[in-house]
Design a protein around this ligand. Structure first.
Ligand code: PLP
Length: 394
């Protein structure tokens, strides 16, 4: 059975060129990058080369890039680090209701520590309400953090516009760009971004390595104390091979964003168009055009997303549901609730997320499988039965 992987927003596979770039940095070149001997110097050179690759991809200077353990750490560091470095100015932070938990849970923790956080609402497509942003800004606001693109529904935010407002008001602007790298071209200087989080495993580098761009002049409190790595700002011996992989992967991911987007949106639109026309009682979540080229998020009425996932898995198809059930909670996704979906619709949501390796043929196979599964699950659903009886009685 051909297995089909359409869960690239959860993680991507390490591609061969990335693996090849990393290969020498396990057994051959292994010195501690902090060591002064030749072994250490070779490793140091590789880390600095990767730093240049990340800086080039973002339009930043190499000394503005810090390697971290993951996207989550980058997000924690940006928000907490900025909050604590700016206590003199105030204790108010602005973010959105649809951020990744790496941001939301950090903000909730800060609230317990005496900070105030405004969680901006979004419209029905998941786009931040700019009028709410304008109203939320206060003299004691120190940070605005808005994700570049949402991991569940793929909505792309007007981050340049938000960055401009932040700058006018003298407020730091951070963006979680973890899902956006490779799909959105970043030029942090031109876009007015003060801090940007990214994570290797979302663009074909290994898991467990991320980076944070911090504009020169921005002060952050350290999160991890210890040795003098990362210009004393992030201690811990560098994850050498993974950093090399991240450097190579971001170079590849940003080399031809236009072609990448054309290819992905072709497959994405096949999924969206066929599902919406061939399967009744479905709706697309997120914005039709302001969305990541690889994101398809659909709600199927009268169906549990979890049952859908399990049935797809039996057919070798990997996707993700819009609910957080898989993480042990029965609450539907905070993102789907924020765009105004009722609980029962949010529960029947499915996210298919693409990489360059997904084909139109795979899209067709997935839609064919979905048609069969959805029909079967609905035929067993008392809710659907009730709905049919009601509509025939009318
Ligand atoms: C995956 C993801 C993260 C977390 O990155 P990790 O490297 O897995 O910790 C943060 N934000 C967004 C938007 C993500 O998609």
């Amino acid at each position: 059975m051909e297995r089909i992987y359409m869960d690239n927003a959860a993680t991507t596979r390490v591609t061969e060129p990335v693996m090849e770039a990393m290969q020498p940095y396990f057994c051959e070149i292994f010195g501690n990058p902090m060591s002064v001997h030749s072994f250490g110097r070779e490793s140091r050179k590789a880390v600095e080369n990767a730093r240049r690759q990340v800086a080039t991809a973002l339009g930043a200077q190499p000394n503005e890039i810090y390697f971290t353990g993951c996207g989550t750490e980058s997000d924690n560091w940006a928000v907490r680090g900025a909050a604590y470095a700016n206590l003199k100015k105030g204790r108010h932070i602005i973010t959105t209701q649809i951020e990744h938990h790496a941001i939301l849970h950090t903000c909730e923790q800060l609230e317990k520590e005496g900070f105030e956080v405004t969680y901006l609402p979004v419209d029905e497509f998941g786009i931040v309400r700019m009028d709410a942003l304008a109203k939320a800004i206060r003299p004691d606001t120190t940070l605005i953090s808005v994700m570049a693109a949402n991991n569940e529904i793929g909505t792309i935010q007007p981050i340049e516009e938000i960055a401009k407002i932040a700058k006018e008001k003298g407020i730091l602007f951070h963006t979680d760009a973890v899902q956006a790298i490779g799909s959105i071209a970043f030029d942090v200087k031109a876009m007015g971004i003060d801090m940007l989080s990214l994570s290797g495993h979302k663009f074909h580098a290994p898991k467990g390595v991320g980076a944070l761009y911090v504009r020169n002049g921005v002060k952050l409190q350290r999160l991890i104390n210890g040795g003098a790595q990362e210009r004393t700002q992030r201690a811990g011996t560098e994850n050498l091979a993974s950093i090399v992989g991240l450097g190579k992967a971001i170079e590849l991911a940003t080399a031809n964003i236009a072609a990448h987007n054309t290819q992905l949106s072709l497959v994405r639109d096949r999924l969206i168009d066929r599902i919406l026309t061939e399967i009744p009682y479905t709706r697309l979540n997120g914005h039709r055009t302001q969305r990541l080229p690889g994101n398809c998020n659909i709600s199927f009425q009268f169906i549990e997303g979890e049952s859908l996932l399990l049935s797809l898995d039996i057919k070798g198809i990997a996707a993700s549901s819009g609910s957080a059930c898989t993480s042990g909670s029965l609450d539907p996704s905070h993102v789907l609730l924020a765009i105004g979906l009722p609980h029962e619709i949010a529960h029947g949501s499915l996210r298919l997320s693409l990489s360059e390796e997904n084909t139109l043929d795979q899209a067709d196979k997935v839609v064919d499988a979905l048609k069969e599964i959805v029909a079967r699950l609905r035929s067993m659903s008392p809710l659907y039965d009730e709905f049919l009886q009601q509509s025939s009685a009318e």
